[in-house]
Each structure stands twice: as C-alpha cells, then as structure tokens.
Design a protein around this ligand. Structure first.
Ligand code: AP5
Length: 216
C-alpha cells in the first residue's frame, strides 16, 4: 500500500514501482474518476464529494476497490493499493475481505510543497503519465499540447483535500504501524524511488518469494 497527502507523489511512485515489480496498480482516485467518466449514478454522487475535497462515502468506494482487488490479475501478480484505505472503516473492510498488505509506504512531504505540486500537475491522456510544469516537464511540444488538468487540482480545492487528509490520517496510520516504511517524499522522484525500491527488495529477500506470493 502507498499512502500520503494529496500530491505527495503516490501516483508518480506507483508508476516507477509497477514498471520494476509488475504489480497491479489500483488507485482509488482513478477508479472514482473512471466511474465519473462512465456517467453512472455512483460517479455523479462521487463527484459531488470530490469537488468539495471530501472522502467519497464507503458504500461507493469499498466495493469498487474490493472488486478490483478480486480480479485474477491482482491475485496472480500482487497488488499496489494507492489512496486506500483513508479511514479506519475502509481498513476494516479490507481486512474483512481477506486482503492483507505486506508493506505500508508512507510518503512524508511538508504541506507548503504540496500546493505547488498540485497546481503545476498535468496529465497525459494518451500515456497516463504524470507531469509537472516545473519539476517534471513534458519531453516534447506534442505532449505539452495535449496535457490536461484534473478538476480538483486548484489551490482552493487542494486546501480542502489537505484538511480531509489531516483529519483522517492518524486513524489509518495507527493500524499499519508495524509494517510502515516512512519515506521523505520531498526528495527527487528518483531518490524517493530508490528508498522504496530498497524496502521492497528487503521484503522480497525476507519472504524469499516475489511480491504478492509471500507465505502467510
Ligand atoms: P486521489 O486521486 O487519490 O488524489 P490525492 O490523494 O489527492 O493524491 P493525488 O493524486 O493528488 O497526488 P499523488 O500523491 O498521486 O501525487 P502525484 O504523483 O500525482 O483522490 C482524489 C479524490 O478522490 C479525493 O480527494 C477524494 O475525494 C476521493 N478519494 C480517493 N480515494 C478515496 C478513498 N479511499 N475514500 C474516499 N474518497 C476517496 O504528484 C503530484 C505532482 O507532483 C505531479 O505534478 C508530479 O509530477 C509532482 N511530483 C511527484 N513527485 C515529485 C517529487 N519527488 N519531486 C517533485 N515533484 C514531484
């Protein structure tokens, strides 16, 4: 699992982790945005909460994540859960369905950096890659011309998202203390990944099996 405040770098690190370890990346925020794009009733309801920077109710999020975790590729390759759980009730539901994480990666980034990261973030709708106008600019003019911005990536909304994060984070962290690796997320993305990579390699060595296949 990977956790951290809005724009702490979860999506960026998930891309690097899955490129190396071939895990199935399951991001609660991406599942919700896909539901919004589908025009479903759940999507419409979710958007109301996301626009206010609040947590989408469990009745929508929990089953969405559980269904994705239950697909065969997640069981075969192992999963990397991003942005879930965000409350103790979500963590309890995960446990009740029998999904147990090996590691809880916590990206620690000072709040003053986060707003700047959100406002400068851009997404490539073709490749799914995450860019930043200053820290990770697009490689070509062609990519630059097609970049999009998320509807909740404004200074006003990220402050609300941060408030929600701060209200809920402690209740989740306390549940995973024994498997938590805290990483300084203010370093360059390569340096952050080097630390995560190290923690994952140690885990594989300890378990003597690929990720997702450890004996329990
Ligand atoms: P979600 O989509 O999960 O958003 P978030 O948690 O706010 O996180 P972000 O996606 O904004 O950031 P990130 O940490 O992935 O950072 P990134 O790598 O992109 O959730 C959106 C909403 O959905 C929530 O507000 C809530 O309403 C709802 N929701 C989601 N999950 C839910 C749940 N479980 N329950 C209920 N509701 C839920 O990086 C950000 C920027 O920084 C990029 O531009 C990147 O290029 C740059 N960057 C990254 N790393 C570095 C670095 N090391 N140095 C410099 N720049 C960097």
């Amino acid at each position: 699992m990977i956790s951290g405040a809005p724009a702490s770098g979860k999506g960026t690190q998930c891309h690097l982790i899955t490129s190396k370890y071939d895990l199935v990346h399951i991001a609660a925020g991406d599942l919700l945005r896909a539901e919004i794009a589908s025009g479903s009733e759940n999507g419409k309801k979710a958007k109301e909460y996301m626009e206010k920077g609040q947590l989408v109710p469990d009745e929508i999020v929990v089953m969405m994540v559980k269904d994705r975790l239950s697909q065969p590729d997640s069981a075969e390759k192992g999963w990397l859960l991003d942005g879930y759980p965000r409350s103790s009730s979500q963590a309890t539901a995960l446990q009740a369905y029998g999904f147990k994480p090996d590691l809880f990666i916590l990206l620690d980034v000072p709040q003053e950096i986060l707003v700047d990261r959100v406002v400068g973030r851009r997404l490539d709708p073709v490749t799914g890659r995450i860019y930043h106008l200053t820290y990770s600019p697009p490689e070509t003019q062609e990519i630059a011309a097609r970049l999009t911005q998320r509807f909740d990536d404004t200074e006003e909304r990220v402050k609300l998202r941060l408030q929600t994060h701060n209200q809920n984070v402690e209740s989740v962290l306390s549940l995973f203390e024994d498997i938590t690796v805290k990483v300084d997320g203010s370093l360059s993305k390569e340096d952050v990944f080097a630390k995560i990579d190290n923690a994952l390699s140690n885990l594989i060595e300890q378990n003597n099996a690929p990720l997702g296949m450890a004996a329990t």
